[in-house]
Every structure is written in structure tokens, then in C-alpha cells.
Design a protein around this ligand. Structure first.
Ligand code: SF4
Length: 62
């Protein structure tokens, strides 16, 4: 099981995670982004989302 954590306060709403990983990231009403699922059987594109985040607020725990 892979866990996805995001520091939502730190998110600047750049949209990079949504661009590289639309399967698990969506834009929120506050103009930021959030993961759809925080526990997944496979990391999938969440690693790319974490790597793409300019403020490094996404953590992937394997
Ligand atoms: S890449 Fe990071 S800063 Fe940009 S929207 Fe996603 S979580 Fe927020």
C-alpha cells in the first residue's frame, strides 16, 4: 500500500500535479490541489506529481 500526503497549506496551486497525474489529483475550490485518494495499491503517477511540485508539499510513502 502506498500513502500519499500533501501539505495543503503549502500548496501554491500551480497545477503541476494535476497536469502530470490527473488520475489522482484535482483542483480544489480554494484554487489549490488535492489527491483524490491517499491510499493506493500502486504509486502510479503520484511520484511524478511529487517530483513536479515546486514547493515539495507532496509526499509519497511506500
Ligand atoms: S504541484 Fe504542488 S504546489 Fe502545485 S498544485 Fe500540486 S500540490 Fe500544489
Amino acid at each position: 500500500m502506498v500513502k500519499i500526503e500533501q501539505d495543503h497549506e503549502a500548496c501554491i496551486g500551480c497545477g503541476a500535479c494535476v497536469s502530470v497525474c490527473p488520475e489522482n489529483w484535482e483542483t480544489t475550490d480554494d484554487g489549490k490541489a488535492k489527491p483524490l485518494k491517499t491510499e493506493l495499491p500502486e504509486v502510479g503517477c503520484n511520484k511524478e506529481a511529487a517530483d513536479a511540485c515546486p514547493v515539495q508539499c507532496i509526499k509519497v510513502i511506500e
